[in-house]
Structure formats: structure tokens, C-alpha cells
Design a protein around this ligand. Structure first.
Ligand SMILES: *Cc1c(COP(=O)(O)O)cnc(C)c1O
Length: 244
């Protein structure tokens, strides 16, 4: 039977192969293990195998796991990858090391306010990514950037928000996050990842004050395509932890 270690090794090999195809250094791609709907034991197993970056999509569920794993806090990096409501911004700013799912100016302002109050290390800004939706799929959250390359008003509206977010003193904007629409063929995700990367490149030109280094994109069904298109962080659940 395939063990956890086997599945993790296979995923790492697939990441390395995809990176090589794109002439990229595999060491520049961070693997976040997504443990939503998995028990705390799964996270312990991951830690023992050297997978220390953990992604959760709900604040409440993550908080319970963090409490159970308090003794391992120094080894773990917690990523919030799911939609965040403004009323949970305080908790998120307290608990997480990185928030991938910042999808509105209002939410960024709320996280900034609480990050100032509650961060254990108040001198350090909270790393965030801006979640964008370039595909227009209605069920996905994110800043609406559908058609941004042909509709200047769509891009300009976003840039106005970005400008304000970059001015928030307690946030460290690292880049973009996206979720491609699900499709049986991972190739269907390629245009979405490519458009997200082009958006990142445009922002880097327009706002050189931020690094815009990170692209969080790619999940179990499409992470290799995402890496070929420039992902620096992949968020993988089922391929590592099994079906939920
Ligand atoms: C669940 C989830 C993932 C991981 O999905 P898998 O298909 O299990 O790899 C990645 N990103 C987000 C935002 C998720 O909610």
C-alpha cells in the first residue's frame, strides 16, 4: 500500500520534473500541504516527514489544530488559503503566518488594523497575497479581473485598490494567488495561470515598491501546469493526504 511518505515523495518528484521542464530551479517552489478536513494526526505525520508548511481554508478549523499542535509551533508555517470574512480578520491576523486569500480592499484594511494590534512580533509585517479571479467563474472569490487585458477600466479599478493596500503599514504584499476553475483536463487551467502571471508582471512594473515575487497557484489536479506557468507556491491536499 502507498504510504504518506510515498505520496509526498511522488508529489515532490512531480514538482521537480515540472520545474525542470520550465527551466526553473525546483528549490524556488514552496509546497504547502493542505490539511483541511484532515485530522491533527495528518499534520503530525507531515511534520515528521519534513513538510512544515500547512494550508487551511477555515479559521475555526485551523485554530483547533493549532491549539493541539502548540508545542510544534516553531516548526510550522500556517497559510490561510480560504475565503476570509472581515469579522474573522482579527483571528486570522493573530494565528497565521501568511494569508493567501485577501480579496478586497476592505479585508486588507481590517487585517492591517488587527495585525498592528495582535501580531506576536509587531515589528514584522504580515505576508499576504492578493487573490484574483481572471476566469470570471462566479463561484470563485478574488478581485474580479476577468478581461483585465482588454478592458482598461477593470485593471485600473484593481490598481486603485492595490495602491491603497500597498500603503497599509502592517502588511507585506508578496504577490498573487488564484484558483483555476476545475476541469477534467489540467491544460484548461493553463490560460488562467498564464493570465495571472501576466497580471503579476504588469503590477511589478507599475508598483515596483513591492516584490511581487510569489504566485500561489496549482492544486492536486493542476499543479504541474501551474509550475510551468510560474507558480512559486503550490497548495496540494489530496495528492499528499488522500481523498477528503
Ligand atoms: C482545498 C484547497 C486546495 C487543495 O486542493 P487539492 O485538490 O486537495 O489539492 C488548494 N487551495 C485551496 C484554496 C483549497 O481550498
Amino acid at each position: 500500500m502507498e504510504t504518506f511518505i510515498d505520496r509526498l515523495r511522488i508529489v515532490r518528484e512531480r514538482i521537480a520534473a515540472a520545474a525542470q521542464r520550465a527551466h526553473r530551479d525546483p528549490a524556488t517552489i514552496r509546497l504547502v500541504g493542505v490539511t483541511k478536513a484532515q485530522p491533527v494526526e495528518a499534520i503530525r505525520t507531515a511534520l515528521d516527514a519534513g513538510l512544515c508548511e500547512i494550508g487551511e481554508n477555515r479559521v475555526q478549523e485551523a485554530e483547533a489544530k493549532m491549539t493541539a499542535l502548540e508545542a510544534e509551533r516553531y516548526r510550522l508555517t500556517w497559510h490561510l488559503i480560504g475565503h476570509l470574512q472581515t469579522n474573522k480578520a482579527k483571528k486570522a491576523a493573530t494565528l497565521f503566518d501568511m494569508v493567501h486569500s485577501v480579496d478586497s480592499l476592505r479585508l486588507a484594511q481590517a487585517i492591517n488594523r488587527y495585525a498592528a494590534e495582535v501580531r506576536r512580533d509587531p515589528g514584522r509585517r504580515l505576508p499576504i497575497l492578493l487573490q484574483v479571479n481572471v476566469s470570471g467563474e462566479a463561484t470563485k472569490s478574488g478581485f474580479d479581473l476577468y478581461g483585465w487585458e482588454t478592458q482598461p477600466d477593470v485593471y485600473e479599478r484593481f490598481c486603485a485598490d492595490v495602491e491603497q493596500i500597498l500603503a497599509l503599514p502592517h502588511l507585506d504584499v508578496r504577490g498573487l494567488m488564484t484558483i483555476a476553475p476545475w476541469a477534467p483536463d489540467p491544460e484548461a487551467a493553463r490560460p488562467v495561470f498564464r493570465a495571472t502571471r501576466r497580471l503579476r508582471d504588469a503590477l511589478a512594473q507599475r508598483f515596483p515598491i513591492a516584490p511581487w515575487r510569489d504566485l500561489s497557484m496549482g492544486m492536486t489536479d493542476d499543479f504541474e501546469v501551474a509550475i510551468e506557468e510560474g507558480a512559486t507556491i503550490v497548495r496540494i491536499g489530496r495528492a499528499i493526504f488522500g481523498e477528503r
